[in-house]
Ligand binder design. Structure first.
Ligand SMILES: [Cu+2]
Length: 177
């Protein structure tokens, strides 16, 4: 009985991730056909947060809703450095979490591994750096109230040169990309 239940759960979890991937493919396809939508905008869910800080254009900011029992939250954002000097995202803080770490996910063979990037994330002059699911991301720890779809999560991004900026990230579906 327990084993059958566990097997059923496993199957439904697999089905869920497949349908989420299919939905995302469908969504970006539809978005690319919409007049006035830029290619970059198609990468983040509708309504994602934007900000401007000196030479930095910040867009596509969002966090995913947290599933019941999920201990940490994930946040994503795109940063374009339109200036002539390199910058660096040194840290992130949020009143909604005890701490926010910068993380990186990387495939090691068949296994996805996550590590904290303590040295910050370089934002080279002229470059666009995207924090997105399965790659660089913000990891919210000691979350006070689990992120709920439709809400917002305030964050403060701190850059080496550009300084700091407050931005409210919308909370989207748990599997949104
Ligand atoms: Cu992480």
């Amino acid at each position: 009985m327990n084993r059958r239940f566990a097997a059923a759960l496993l199957i439904s979890a697999t089905a869920l991730s497949i349908s989420a991937a299919a939905a995302t493919a469908q969504q970006s396809d539809d978005m690319s056909k919409m007049p006035g939508m830029h290619m970059d905008a198609g990468k983040a869910p509708a309504g994602s947060a934007t900000a401007k800080l000196g030479d930095l254009d910040i867009s596509g900011g969002y966090v995913r809703a947290m599933l019941p029992g999920q201990p940490v939250g994930g946040g994503y954002i795109t940063i374009y450095n339109g200036g002539s000097s390199d910058d660096k995202l040194t840290s992130v803080s949020s009143s909604a979490a005890g701490k926010v770490e910068l993380h990186e996910m990387k495939m090691q063979g068949e296994v996805m591994k996550m590590r904290e990037i303590k040295e910050g994330i370089a934002i080279p002059a002229g470059a666009t750096v995207t924090l997105s699911p399965n790659s660089l991301h913000m990891m919210f720890k000691q979350v006070k109230t689990p992120f709920k779809q439709g809400g917002t999560v305030p964050v403060m991004l701190m850059f080496d040169k550009a300084g700091m900026v407050d931005i409210n990230l919308p909370v989207v579906a748990p599997n949104a990309k």
